[in-house]
Design a binder for this molecule. Structure first.
Ligand code: SAM
Length: 275
């Protein structure tokens, strides 16, 4: 099991309550709907989902493109296999047959015959770092003229500091081994620069801030909710605290609840553009 399988199949909801899990899934759905609104998929079209993970988005993408197709790409062989198997149980065989699977690194060239009307993803460009401009060029090359992209990506709120400064180094290292180890260090400006300098036109970016502090005060959350267009909270829950002793977990919670720890909060970018 690679790090992505572990995160998507086990880590994401580890230690979360049923309610947190439900809220998190709703949040992801909301994100996908926001992207779909940008893609404006039509029957007969083909859409590429990059970083498809466990394949949760695929039934909706298939439903939006009757008579067309979906290309599902992920770098994790285990997740691609998992997505393929799970899709077979969720959609009719004729729909499952409309999916083309690509197991490859998004930073590598795409198959030369690939031509799609749209490309999308959620929480995947955020891992591209300095490769983002090249990845955008690759996606642009796969799009038909007028094709659209839509992505929903996370960025540390306190760009570019992704972890709470107030946290003792020893705890911070343990937490990084859980979630923050994943190198999502893309700031809002990084996304913007990469899109602006890409071959895409009609670039649009929506940025919303979202507090995910474990024990944030209701006032703090209410203040942030007032500024953000996307409903729901991702349930980081106790995922972050995995591997910590009860005393360390308590200490971490205390750090997260301090005002100066706001750097751990997440903000989200909706990125859209046309080829
Ligand atoms: C945080 S998960 C998001 C999964 C899915 N999009 C979702 O919303 O549930 C990131 C996904 O991107 C994939 N990924 C990360 N880096 C990648 C790369 N360089 N090439 C291809 N896939 C990558 C991982 O395997 C994983 O499935």
């Amino acid at each position: 099991m690679d790090i992505w399988e572990e995160w998507l199949l086990e880590g994401r909801h580890h230690g979360s309550s049923a309610q947190e899990r439900q809220t998190g899934l709703q949040f992801i759905e909301t994100a996908r709907q926001a992207v779909e609104a940008e893609l404006r998929l039509q029957p007969g079209q083909t859409v590429l989902e990059v970083g498809c993970g466990a394949g949760d988005w695929l039934p909706r993408l298939l439903a939006a493109t009757p008579g067309g197709g979906v290309v599902a790409l992920d770098g994790s062989a285990g997740l691609v296999e998992r997505a393929r198997q799970s899709l077979e149980t969720r959609v009719p065989a004729a729909d499952a047959a409309r999916v083309r699977w690509l197991c490859q690194d998004l930073r590598a060239p795409l198959p030369s015959d690939l031509r799609v009307h749209a490309a999308c993803g959620r929480s995947v460009l955020q891992y591209m770092g300095t490769d983002l401009p090249a990845v955008l060029r690759t996606l642009h090359g796969a799009l038909l003229p007028g094709g659209r992209i839509g992505f929903f990506e996370a960025t540390p709120l306190d760009d570019p500091a992704p972890v709470p400064r107030a946290m003792p180094e020893r705890l911070r290292r343990k937490l990084e081994a859980n979630w923050w180890a994943l190198p999502w260090r893309m700031g809002v400006a990084d996304y913007w620069r990469a899109l602006r300098d890409s071959p895409f036109r009609q670039v649009r970016m929506q940025h919303s801030q979202q507090i995910s502090l474990l024990d944030a005060t209701p006032e703090l959350i209410a203040g942030v909710q007032a500024t953000r267009p996307v409903a729901g909270e991702p349930p980081l829950g106790e995922t972050l605290l995995r591997g910590l002793s009860p005393a360390e977990a308590e200490e971490a919670r205390e750090c997260f609840s301090r005002a100066e720890a706001i750097g751990v909060a997440v903000s989200w970018c909706l990125l859209a553009a046309e080829a």
